[in-house]
Design a protein around this ligand. Structure first.
Ligand SMILES: Nc1ncnc2c1ncn2[C@@H]1O[C@H](COP(=O)(O)OP(=O)(O)OP(=O)(O)O)[C@@H](O)[C@H]1O
Length: 395
């Protein structure tokens, strides 16, 4: 009998994942991980981890499976929390959920599971795994979940073939209402529990409060840039190669204090992210202000009025070789090669038509349509139909 360790979070999805595996005849063990140490960064009294671990235990009890808790707070602090602060400090916007899967759930947690004799690690993610044969080798595919509204393949975009080989996603073929119905029919106490917010570690705490614990406030200007501001010189230069054109288009414009009007003050440019609307505290404009860029060195936030402000839009982005990852290693582009794909630059964004251009120093992603708020530090992930092929950090 194959042994599976399920990451039981105390939510409905992993509860049902555990139930399904047991029904399929696996030997199932539930494992809850504690990510927070009470004296590391505080995340308010509202943090529900105790309640969650209790729910996970009750689910395991109901299903009649063994249950354990592991404390991964040290690794979590090193690999996720510190990285978060570092990235924000540099003016980039990290994605802790993607990282948590690569570094914790499918690494530290997976190693513990394998030591406990598991053949597989299962989670309650809405995605599917496919396996194909190519040149006599087994290749694992990361496929979108069947529920379009819930697909979480994006969060797993940094997984490797080795990690996928040991992963199972038991609820990937189901729709969320079906998952809830199963939980209800089985009398699992998580059946009606609200979905978690996505930010796997922040719990109920708000991001600005979290960041303020380590990043010191520093007053600076908020500048409004007019939508007539020339982002690029009016006449595009003549490009002698596609690569030069892509390089030019992938560069964000560099704004200066004098490129707009000072309209307010902020408490630290590193608390803000591109595309952000809330928290600027500047009223009286015809349309709301959006952050179009942050300059953490000069501590200035550049904003523009309205969602359509040209400063928010670009259609080319770049990923360095160091931050380029192929789930499908066998399809990795070589220098000079291109590929037509569908891509997204954030979770829940619709897939958009794009072309990948591999060059010596990294890879360009050129979208057919301009994208709003392409943000440094976030992940771009590319797909062919419902298969996620690879991903990279936007640089
Ligand atoms: N504290 C935890 N301990 C063990 N596994 C976890 C924990 N948090 C998340 N997981 C695993 O990762 C999966 C995805 O986590 P996420 O935080 O996105 O929750 P979710 O999609 O709301 O799922 P759920 O309803 O199971 O909480 C979970 O289904 C679970 O298998």
């Amino acid at each position: 009998m194959k042994r599976v360790i399920v990451g039981l979070s105390g939510g409905v999805d992993s509860s049902v994942a555990a139930y399904l595996l047991k029904a399929q005849g696996y030997e199932v063990i539930g494992l809850f991980m504690k990510n927070w140490h009470d004296d590391s960064v505080t995340i308010s009294d509202e943090c529900p981890w105790l309640e969650d671990s209790n729910d996970a235990m009750l689910v395991a009890d109901k299903l009649g499976i063994p249950f354990q808790t592991v404390d991964l707070s040290v690794q979590y602090k090193e690999r996720i929390v510190d990285y978060m602060f570092n990235e924000y400090e540099k003016g980039r916007t990290p994605n802790p959920d993607v990282l948590c899967n690569r570094e914790i759930k499918f690494d530290v947690f997976m190693d513990i599971a394998l030591e406990l004799g598991a053949d597989y690690v299962a989670t309650g993610h809405y995605c599917r795994k496919g396996t194909i044969e190519k040149d006599g080798k087994q290749i694992h595919q990361l496929l979108a979940g069947a529920d379009d509204n819930k697909d979480q393949s994006y969060f797993l975009c940094q997984l490797s073939q080795q990690q996928l080989a040991k992963a199972l996603f038991p609820i990937g073929e189901l729709q969320k209402p079906e998952v809830r119905a199963i939980a209800k029919a089985q009398g699992l106490i998580t059946a009606e529990k609200k979905d978690s917010q996505g930010l796997c570690f922040i719990g109920k705490v708000r991001l600005p409060e979290f960041l303020q614990q380590q990043l010191k406030p520093k007053e600076g200007h908020i500048v409004e840039v007019a939508d007539t501001f020339e982002m690029y010189s009016q006449v595009l230069p003549q490009f002698d190669s596609k690569e030069n054109e892509l390089e030019f288009l992938s560069k964000k414009p560099i704004y200066h204090l004098t490129d707009g009007t000072v309209v307010g003050k902020h408490q630290g440019a590193h608390y803000f992210t591109k595309g952000q609307r809330k928290g600027l505290g500047v009223g009286g404009t015809v349309e709301p202000l959006f952050v179009i860029d942050t300059d953490v060195k000069e501590n200035i936030i550049y904003t523009g009025q309205g969602k359509q402000h040209p400063g928010l839009y670009r259609n080319v982005l770049f990923v360095t070789n160091e931050e380029l990852h192929w789930v499908r290693e066998d399809l990795a582009l070589k220098d000079g090669e291109t590929m037509s794909v569908m891509a997204r630059i954030r979770y829940r964004q619709n897939l958009e038509k794009a072309t990948l251009y591999k060059v010596n120093s990294g890879m360009y992603v050129e979208f057919e349509n301009k994208q709003s708020a392409i943000t440094e530090g976030q992940f771009v992930a590319w797909y062919l139909e419902d298969e996620l092929l690879g991903s990279g950090v936007i640089s």
